[in-house]
Design a protein. Structure first.
Length: 860
């Protein structure tokens, strides 16, 4: 008789009795993938990684694979939940506990204590947000295996106390980078940079998307964090440790964001120190803190957690270069690091030597496990603290200023209001509408006014959004970043933060708002959904009119043109029935468009078309043929421009170096947009030999000549921010920059919101209010010539002659007061539009997008 190869039930029962924790064997990564995570010259794709997670989930009850939506390129965005079998069986209960403790409403101290006793700490770990920083995402594969299969006491404790969420923050990027790299291995291009952004739109800026949450991946993650899981700790892994350190872990340096609950900083100190200890015990040197990566700016996918009462643990492991082995010679270290002097936040200096992807993966893995270990040890405290922070937010918002903000429902741009409210709701903010009229600060507000009280669990986030930031000049507080005693060293120039200093959202959205002078006790209703405008057609007549105030008017016009309507733009103000309409108002005639098509365009874009007879002079608007220049430098600004055009359903083509150099552009395009890139990058691109030949080089001088010919033939060239210098120099325009040669100590505006005036009678500023705001970071202050005769440049936006700062910091702003911010420069039969500031700014500034939309749509 042939012996059965099956294990008899009796033997299995005996084995399980002898080893109560015995689990079926799970497949190690190398067996599934054919290589160890982090092996030289190997980068798993997202599909491989998720396929492995799914295999683990089939083999073990300690891991589940869930779905949080789709990505920009249409992949399912899956992630893993890892914990003990018992915790996973009670997952809904544990999610509910975390939610109730986080939101804190209606929870007594005693109930909160009981929930903190019972609950499990939810730790969010994401990797791969910046997809060319490859180690964090590759690490996730090993982390899943170790957590699922480990039988040591530490791993068991983690599974018992923690629910770990393992998230690939940028699935598209993980596969794009792997697929770019693998064919280059063994060629001269195995270190070549990816020539396009590593996700559908923003590339590296995906980490600056949290305040506005444009990217679908960001939206998925915000929904998961603030509507489903409410994690107690968030870990966001990167690879940018300052050379020669091997990893940055919290605490970060100053400045410290004053709106965030102080418990967050104490938790970051605690967790960061515990992580550093884990590295020390593992003999992994080069761990540094208090350097480079401050938590001041709240709009990273990392720091957004801080203002939601969840400590954000940023790690930055030393860079690797895809899967290529590297090595570092101490002689090349920055001088202060060469003699390996230790410090309190750099206890064990790294001594140099080889550094491979596998080393980076091992460091990220230690960091992840370090967080999980400390989270397991402090489970109850982390849960309790979450409650305390939510409770404090509710109490402080009711007892001290600021009490909250009032947002009128009647806004210049209804679309911007809807977008702002939608983002607040997505980010977990409690928004209400007043059921009846009320008074505050001498103003009467009607029913329907939006109320955003500060008294809510995420009070810190509400303050981030609505307050005007005042950047703390660190020169005034040397005790905070040097030492409390002794003689501090004064810095000559202001110490700049890692990112922007001002971000107040309503200012960037062009939305009117007011701070409450007291807690508003009007009866109110919680808002569950953002306002949706019911568009339509009102009145009758040969024409239909549509103002440009609503950003959706551009979408509607493009649709109407496509349906065969004829569209014009009034060149003067006019009256229709009781309404007054400014210059720039769209005047539409049905043409080939059917009444049904017109009604649908209005309804689906949410705009109101008003019928009547219009006698005002007007100029035609035609469907613009738009080209957006795409360099092979993976321009984030180009990605943001495409995102905005896609969101507004405005068609465009992408224009490469080859196409620009070839010329004849006027035959294919009416408008060409140069995203904000340095003239060097646009002219020269990547060096030949550094990237496969078809991606080397830029538009060159031939490209400048073809662009000039395009403009002279009647085209419009739109230059955003940095690319304005390309047109000024390349076309020899008579425009100067008032900031040329000015030293940073005389002018310092490192990412702030400034007062900006618009000229609503100028075709570029149609639809804008007379006064508003723009975001300034390394901008130009444009000086048109004193006397340019008939073809003089005209000013569409200017900095007023008064103190400019609205939010952030500004030194020396008098140098740009009165200067032009947006210029329209006639050249031949066409025009060059110069933006001194970035009109897109990571798509954060819908309040000024019309300047770009007008340049695209015309009138022609
Ligand atoms: Zn990064």
């Amino acid at each position: 008789m042939i012996a059965s190869r099956r294990i008899s039930p009796l033997v299995l029962a005996l084995a399980l009795t002898a080893f109560p924790h015995a689990q079926p064997r799970v497949t190690p990564p190398a067996e599934a993938l054919g290589f160890e995570p982090g092996a030289d010259y190997h980068l798993a794709t997202y599909e491989q990684a998720i396929g492995y997670f799914e295999r683990l989930a089939r083999e073990s009850p300690r891991i589940r694979v869930l779905d949080m939506g789709v990505t920009g390129m249409g992949r399912p965005m899956k992630y893993a939940v890892v914990s003990s079998e018992a915790n996973l069986a009670a997952l809904d209960r544990h999610k509910d506990i975390s939610r109730r403790l986080t939101l804190a409403r209606g929870l007594s101290q005693d109930d909160a204590r009981r929930l903190a006793d019972e609950g499990k700490v939810i730790v969010w770990i994401d990797g791969g947000l910046h997809a060319t920083e490859c180690a964090p995402a590759q690490q996730m594969i090993q982390l899943a295996y170790d957590l699922v299969s480990g039988e040591d006491a530490e791993t068991r404790r983690i599974r018992d106390e923690v629910i770990a969420l393992l998230i690939f923050a940028n699935p598209d990027g993980m596969t794009l980078v792997s697929e770019w790299y693998q064919p280059n291995i063994g060629t001269p291009f195995e270190a070549s940079p990816l020539p396009w952004t590593y996700n559908k739109y923003a590339g590296h800026d995906n980490n600056r998307d949290a305040l506005y949450a444009h990217l679908i991946e960001t939206r998925n993650m915000m929904r998961a964090q603030f509507h489903e899981w409410f994690p107690e700790v968030l870990v966001n892994h990167h690879q940018g440790a300052p050379q020669p350190s091997r990893i940055f872990v919290p605490p970060g340096p100053e400045p410290t964001n004053a709106d965030v609950h102080p418990i967050i900083w104490r938790e970051q100190n605690l967790i960061g120190s515990a992580m550093a200890m884990t590295f020390e015990l593992a003999g992994q040197t080069g761990v540094v803190s208090r350097l480079s990566y401050d938590s001041y700016y709240p709009g990273y996918c990392t720091t957004i957690a801080d203002s939601h009462n969840c400590p954000a643990i940023l790690t930055e492991t030393a860079a690797s270069q895809y899967g290529n082995p590297l090595s570092s010679d101490p002689a090349d270290f920055p001088e202060a690091y060469r003699d390996l002097t230790p410090g309190r936040f750099y206890t064990s200096p790294w001594k140099g030597g080889p550094w491979r992807l596998g080393d980076a993966v091992a460091y990220v893995l230690t960091a992840s496990k370090g967080v999980l270990q400390v989270a397991a040890r402090y489970r109850r405290e982390l849960l309790w603290n979450k409650y305390v922070m939510g409770r404090d937010g509710i109490a402080l918002g009711a007892s001290e200023k600021p009490f909250g903000w009032i947002v009128p429902a009647d806004q210049h741009d209804p679309w911007a209001l809807g977008d702002l409210i939608e983002r607040l709701l997505l980010l977990g903010v409690e928004v209400h509408r007043a059921d009846a009229a009320f008074d505050d600060g001498g103003t009467r507000y009607p029913a329907g006014t939006y109320l955003v009280p500060a008294s809510q669990p995420f009070r810190a986030y509400v303050r981030e959004v609505f307050e005007r930031q005042t950047y703390p000049d660190l020169r005034r507080y040397p005790h905070l970043w040097q030492n409390a005693g002794g003689r501090p060293v004064a810095a000559e120039e202001p110490l700049r933060p890692y990112d922007a200093t001002g971000w107040t959202l309503p200012l960037q959205f062009g939305v009117e708002y007011a701070e409450m002078s007291r807690p508003i006790d009007a009866t109110k209703t919680r808002v569950e959904r953002p306002p949706v405008a019911a568009g339509g057609v009102r009145g009758e007549g040969p024409q239909l009119v549509l103002g440009r105030e609503d950003t959706r008017s551009y979408t509607a016009v493009i649709r109407l043109l496509a349906a065969g309507a004829s569209v014009a733009s009034a060149t003067e103000p006019f009256a229709l029935d009781a309404g007054r309409y400014p210059a720039g108002t769209f005047v539409i005639e049905a043409g080939r468009a059917t009444p049904g098509e017109i009604a649908r365009a209005a309804a689906e874009t949410g705009v109101t078309l008003v019928g009547g007879r219009v006698d005002a002079a007007r100029r035609p608007v035609r469907t613009p043929r738009i080209g957006v220049y795409q360099s092979w430098m993976a321009s984030m600004d180009e990605g943001w421009i495409r995102l905005i055009l896609d969101r507004l359903a405005i068609p465009y083509s992408r224009l490469t170096n080859d196409e620009v150099r070839k010329g004849g552009l006027a035959a294919s395009f009416d408008v060409i947009v140069l995203p904000s890139e340095s003239p060097q990058a646009i002219l020269n691109g990547r060096r030949a030999g550094s990237i496969p030949p078809r991606y080397a080089g830029g538009i060159g001088q031939e490209g400048v000549a073809t662009l000039r010919a395009f403009v002279e033939a009647g085209g419009v060239l739109v230059c955003n921010h940095q690319s304005s210098r390309l047109a000024i120099d390349g076309f020899d325009l008579p425009i100067a920059d008032a900031l040329d040669g000015v030293a940073p100590r005389d002018f310092w505006i490192p990412g702030s919101i400034l007062r900006t005036d618009f000229e609503p009678s100028h075709p570029l500023a149609y639809g804008l209010p007379e006064a508003g705001a723009s975001f300034f970071s390394g901008g130009l202050a444009l000086l048109p010539p004193e006397d340019a005769g008939g073809a003089a440049p005209t000013v569409a936006a200017r900095y007023p002659d008064q103190p400019l700062l609205l939010s952030g910091t500004a030194e020396g702003d008098e140098r740009i007061r009165g200067r032009a911010a947006v210029l329209d420069v006639p050249v031949g039969k066409g025009r060059v539009v110069l933006f001194g500031f970035n009109v897109i700014n990571r798509a954060h500034t819908p309040g000024v997008w019309k300047l770009l939309l007008n340049a695209l749509v015309g009138p022609s």
